[in-house]
Structure formats: structure tokens, C-alpha cells
Ligand binder design. Structure first.
Ligand SMILES: [Ca+2]
Length: 368
């Protein structure tokens, strides 16, 4: 009976959202895909949540798309190895997932091979939010988790979204047969993953982001990845989002992170960059709806010595290339901004006993 009531509440919520959008007459894009798309996109989300907070916005967008039935979140992993990030980033993810009433999403952590994420806000959120997650140091290894998830999914059904450094992907590529699959990493990826949507780089050429910090790993991952790659590079997300977050409940951890970081950076507005958020849209929805897409080539990553911020990406047309990128300068910027803001503002679908308690989160601690 409870399930039936929950289903009814979910259907009612979606109906109310669509009705509200139609009443305002504003271009929202929220209901564009629901008729054409029957099956939700199965997603793994690989994130360096710790320093930049667009990862948190991307999580909100992903949960919003899951609320609409467009995405199924199979699992997540943290893409950095420093001790603070390994401890607090999984808990921060768990807090956000629990807020959205998806407390059972499995979360993994990067091997010690990863880089320092330069954590800024995850510890603050975990220690002050008022909801305790016990995942912390108990989080499984990302590669083990990915292999388990992939082994359980239909062939070529999973979309992997990376919005951080690429250590987990390199480690997955190099993984050996285990209790979950007799396939090695490359074979398992080729069999189960439909495409990798990668936030990073500049296209058709330029300096990169997310590939910096561990450029050899980025180069290796791109060179050896056996499926289609769609890259979200600079210029394809030149708009700010998050303006609607103050309309959400005070205990929304996404709002709390944005307010905290607004304060830390002395920003006039709560809005923030949309790189990781755009990657989620491009992964779950048809990217051609919002961007022009260049297909049929290959991405090359080069780097210069050991310094950070010294890597360079270039896309070249090749005969059998299956790497594509969003062409910078989307004419759909206003549509994308509206869509993302509305997804970020969507409430959790169903209240459950697992929801975080109300808290009086004090963003003044940003002054500490
Ligand atoms: Ca990121």
C-alpha cells in the first residue's frame, strides 16, 4: 500500500511540475524528453567533489533528471585520493543522495594513485549538516564498485559521466578479472558501457581542465578507452546557474554548498559555472537538442613536464574515430540555463524516514 501511495505522489508531483511550467509559458525543457524516452539512461557518476562546487550542482541536475524518470543512477565514485577527500567526499555524496531520497546509491573512492583534490567544502558540510553518513572510510574501492555494477548491467547500456580527474577510469581500464566478471577492464568497458561523457579539455584544441594534475592518466584513459567518447570542453558551458537555489528548502545540501561557497568567495550572486552540470545534460539527454556536435575524430592529449595546468587537448578528424565534442557556443544557452535551474530546484520526489533532519547550517563558518 505504501508503494502505491508513493507512486501516486510521484505521478502527482510530475503532473504539478509540468502544469506549473505550462502556466508560466517559460521555456523550461523539463518535459521535452519524457514522451520520446521510455527507458531511463543508466548512469555512473565519477566526480572530484571537494574543491569546485559545480559537481554539487551536477548532482542536483542528475537527481532532477532521475526524478523525471530520465536517468537511473547506478553508482558514484570520488576521483581524488587525498585523505580529506577520501574521508569526506563520499559522506558528502551520501548526504546529497539521501536528501533526494536515494540513500542506497553505492559510492566508491579512488585508489591511492589519485591526485589531491584541494578539498574546500566537503568537510564543512559533513561536520555541520546534522545528518550523519557512516560511509566515510568504509567506502569501497571505485574500480571494484564499477566492476560489480557493470557486470550486473545489460550490454552497452551504461553511460559513464566523468566530471573530475580520470584516475578511476585508468584503474578500471587496467583492472583484472575478478569475482564479478571474467573480463579484464577494457573488455568489460567495451561490453557494458555505451559511452563516456567526459567533462574536460578544449576543442577543437586548447588547454584542458580535469586532465591537468595527472596528465599521463588522462592521456592513457583517452587513448585506451574502447567506446565512444563525448567531450564537454570549454565554451560549451559558458553560462551561470544556481540562481533558483534560494527558493529551495534551507536544509537542501546543494543550496547550502552554493551559499557556503558564495560566502567563501565573496561573490555577489549565488550563481556558479555550469561545466559539470552541462555534462550531465549532454549525457542523459540528446546532446543535439542543445549543442552542435562534432563527430568522427579522435582526441589527443599532450602535456608539458610535471607542472599543473600544462596539458593540451586536440581533436582531429580520423577515419574511424569515435570521439566527439560539443561545439563551443551553443545557441541554446538560455534554454540550458532555464532547464538546469529548474532541475536544480526540483524537490525530492518522496519524503522518507531516511531524509536528513532539519538543520540550522551556519554558513558563517566560512569565515573560520
Ligand atoms: Ca568537477
Amino acid at each position: 500500500m505504501i508503494k502505491i501511495i508513493n507512486l501516486f505522489i510521484s505521478a502527482l508531483f510530475i503532473f504539478l511540475v509540468f502544469s506549473a511550467c505550462n502556466r508560466t509559458g517559460k521555456e523550461s525543457g523539463l518535459n521535452k524528453n519524457t514522451k520520446a524516452q521510455n527507458e531511463p539512461v543508466k548512469v555512473i557518476f565519477d566526480t572530484d567533489i571537494a574543491y569546485d562546487w559545480d559537481d554539487v550542482g551536477a548532482l542536483a541536475v542528475l537527481h532532477g533528471l532521475a526524478n523525471l524518470g530520465e536517468a537511473e543512477i547506478l553508482g558514484m565514485a570520488v576521483a581524488a585520493s587525498d585523505s580529506e577527500t577520501r574521508l569526506y567526499a563520499p559522506q558528502c555524496l551520501d548526504i546529497i543522495n539521501t536528501y533526494y531520497n536515494r540513500p542506497d546509491i553505492p559510492i566508491g573512492v579512488c585508489s591511492p594513485n589519485g591526485v589531491d583534490a584541494g578539498a574546500v567544502y566537503t568537510k564543512d558540510i559533513v561536520l555541520n549538516y546534522g545528518f550523519t553518513s557512516d560511509i566515510g572510510n568504509n567506502a569501497p574501492d571505485a574500480v571494484e564498485l564499477y566492476r560489480k555494477i557493470l557486470s550486473e548491467q545489460p550490454d552497452t547500456s551504461v553511460v559513464l559521466i566523468s566530471v573530475g580527474m580520470l584516475t578511476n577510469l585508468k584503474d578500471l581500464l587496467n583492472s583484472k578479472p575478478d569475482q564479478y566478471s571474467s573480463l579484464n577492464g577494457v573488455e568489460l568497458i567495451k561490453k557494458k558501457i555505451k559511452k563516456w561523457v567526459c567533462m574536460g579539455g578544449t576543442y577543437p584544441s586548447g588547454e584542458s581542465s580535469n586532465f591537468d594534475g595527472d596528465e599521463p592518466t588522462a592521456q592513457y584513459s583517452v587513448d585506451n578507452w574502447p567506446t565512444e567518447i563525448l567531450s564537454v570542453g570549454r565554451g560549451s558551458y559558458d553560462f551561470y546557474t544556481g540562481a533558483t537555489l534560494p527558493d529551495t528548502p534551507e536544509d537542501n545540501p546543494v543550496r547550502i554548498v552554493y551559499e557556503l561557497m558564495q560566502k567563501k568567495h565573496g561573490k555577489e550572486k549565488i550563481e556558479h559555472g555550469s561545466a559539470d552540470l552541462a555534462a550531465v545534460i549532454a549525457a542523459v539527454r540528446d546532446p543535439y537538442k542543445y549543442w552542435d556536435v562534432q563527430t568522427g575524430g579522435k582526441i589527443f592529449v599532450t602535456y608539458y613536464g610535471d607542472d599543473r595546468w600544462q596539458s593540451y587537448t586536440e581533436w582531429k578528424k580520423t577515419e574511424d574515430g569515435n570521439h566527439s565534442y560539443l561545439i563551443p557556443g551553443s545557441e541554446q544557452t538560455d534554454t540550458l540555463r532555464n532547464l538546469i535551474n529548474e532541475l536544480m530546484t526540483m524537490p525530492p520526489l518522496i519524503e522518507t524516514a531516511a531524509s536528513p533532519v532539519k538543520v540550522g547550517f551556519d554558513t558563517n563558518m566560512a569565515d573560520d
